[in-house]
Design a protein around this ligand. Structure first.
Ligand SMILES: Nc1c(NC[C@H](O)[C@H](O)[C@H](O)CO)[nH]c(=O)[nH]c1=O
Ligand SMILES: CC(=O)[C@@H](O)COP(=O)(O)O
Length: 139
């Protein structure tokens, strides 16, 4: 049984609840344990994963968040840098699934967080578990 840490940025709590539902369901269906920690925004997720990975208490990580474009370049900063940070951690061998939605508006987020068509939280959890399985295979 693996120990999964979900790191969520509850910038839009109602949207994150949907992502969390999907991720939690996927992890439980796979028979693993999980914990959830919360950070202010998506930009803080990579740092939180790095801190948690240092403890050695977790086998894989799921990043959940919603970034919605506003009026300024900050959307690009938050979207690109959170993704870059997670990719850097993944390249260091940390099993991670990226469930940070980067969208134009709330409607796009709702359609992807968890609906009949999309389950981005579940997808991110399954990706993290797949990378953990690879890590174990190559150990
Ligand atoms: N605008 C969104 C943010 N912005 C906040 C940043 O993520 C960060 O917390 C702040 O810049 C302090 O470092 N975060 C989201 O998750 N989603 C957004 O739409
Ligand atoms: C993604 C963001 O940081 C965004 O919500 C901020 O809005 P704004 O660009 O209008 O300040």
């Amino acid at each position: 049984m693996a120990r999964i840490l979900i790191v969520e940025a509850r910038f839009y709590a109602h949207l994150n609840d949907l992502l969390l539902e999907g991720a939690t369901a996927a992890i439980e269906e796979a028979g693993h344990k999980h914990e959830v920690i919360t950070v202010p925004g998506a930009l803080e997720i990579p740092g939180a994963v790095a801190l948690a990975a240092e403890t050695g208490r977790y086998d894989a990580f799921v990043a959940l968040g919603v970034v919605i474009r506003g009026e300024t370049y900050h959307f690009e900063v938050v979207s690109n840098e959170s993704a870059r940070g997670l990719m850097a951690l993944a390249m260091d061998g940390i099993p991670i699934g990226n469930g940070i939605l980067t969208v134009e508006d709330e409607a796009q987020a709702l359609a992807r967080a968890r609906s009949t068509e999309k389950d981005k939280g579940g997808e991110a959890a399954k990706a993290a578990l797949a990378m953990l399985a690879l890590k174990e295979r190559f150990a």
